[in-house]
Design a protein around this ligand. Structure first.
Ligand code: NI
Length: 189
């Protein structure tokens, strides 16, 4: 496996629409393994393929308390319910956070590496991550969903993305202590 180079705003690929994957190709497992390794290296809870320079419609998600990543090929949100405001960040927009509008719950559909359909009902961080990553695959970023244009701020330290999340998210740790000023500091990437 290898850690791939992250594409950072304003890289135009982040604004491109991903292309639907037809039959799952044999090399998809290696590709998604690399995506997962990159997501781990960047301490993210999700990653979309255009963030590492591919326009395949593929995303990976791994919440902090999951032991394994979920591979989603051709993911789509098929239903959205409710509205809430949450703090969000993105590995492709390092050093910033924003307050965005997201759904309370979603239903999503995708196919897995085995070609079988995956249906997901989600709320909380998973719903947020699903909306964030499917957004990426449509060329959309969280900064398109800010509650108001002023609801974007620079995070103080460094320029690195994940100061708020504790290391060791790989297995079984709880979501990184959001501490400080925001009650909802969970970050899909
Ligand atoms: Ni992102």
């Amino acid at each position: 496996m290898s850690v791939l180079t992250m594409r950072i705003l304003p890289d135009p690929i982040l604004r491109r629409q991903a292309r639907k994957v037809g039959k799952v190709p044999a090399n998809m497992k290696k590709f998604t393994d690399d995506m997962i390794e990159t997501m781990h290296a960047e301490l993210g809870v999700g990653l979309a393929a255009n963030q590492i320079g591919s326009l395949q419609k593929v995303a990976v998600i791994q919440l902090p308390d999951w032991e394994e990543a979920l591979v989603l090929i051709n993911p789509e949100i098929v239903r959205q319910e409710g509205e809430r405001e949450v703090v969000e960040g993105c590995l492709s927009i390092p050093g910033y956070r924003g307050l965005v509008k997201r759904s309370v719950s979603v239903r999503a559909r995708a196919i897995g590496l085995d070609g079988k359909i995956i249906r997901i009902k989600a709320d909380g961080l998973l719903a947020q991550a699903l909306e964030h990553e499917t957004g990426h695959l449509q060329g959309s970023l969280y900064i398109d969903h800010l509650v108001t244009p002023d609801d974007l701020w620079k995070i103080p330290q460094g320029g690195e993305e994940e100061e708020e999340e504790e290391s060791g998210e790989e297995s079984g740790s709880s979501p990184g202590t959001p501490a400080e000023d925001q009650e909802t500091g969970e970050q899909p990437e």
